[in-house]
Design a protein around this ligand. Structure first.
Ligand SMILES: [Zn+2]
Ligand SMILES: [Zn+2]
Length: 131
């Protein structure tokens, strides 16, 4: 492993590049450290890889993929995780829910959206399912 690759890791299993905006053009903003730490602890608990399908989004990219206007993805406070099956989903959600920093978990048909409170701990924690 080269030094450049080693520096790309934000935690044991998560690389900075996994959170990068899908547009591939905007200046990089880092994911919130609480989000990375929570994901790493969940990864350690479930002992299975977690595939991030959407991490940071700039406004343009968020609009182009139909994200909510004030999406927490814009501020590095949310990730979408590929749902690789009901067993995975069950353990993942159980593990995610045990972390106080988590604000919303939304189960979509093909991915699970997880957002954290960040600096300002306002609003309720919730778990939703959508079609
Ligand atoms: Zn972008
Ligand atoms: Zn999302």
């Amino acid at each position: 492993m080269s030094i450049a690759n080693a520096n790309d890791f934000l935690s044991r299993n998560f690389k900075k590049s996994e959170f990068r905006c899908g547009c591939g053009r905007c200046p990089e903003i880092p994911p919130h450290p609480d989000l990375v730490n929570m994901l790493q602890r969940v990864r350690d608990a479930i002992r299975e890889p977690i595939k991030i399908t959407s991490g940071i989004r700039c406004k343009d990219w968020n609009r182009s993929i139909g994200g909510a206007e004030n999406s927490p993805h814009l501020d590095g406070l949310a990730v979408d995780i590929f749902d690789s099956g009901s067993r995975f989903c069950y353990y993942l959600i159980k593990a995610i829910q045990s972390h106080d920093c988590v604000k919303h978990i939304i189960i979509y048909p093909n991915h699970i959206h997880v957002s954290i409170f960040g600096t300002y701990r306002t609003g309720e924690r919730s778990l939703w399912r959508t079609k």
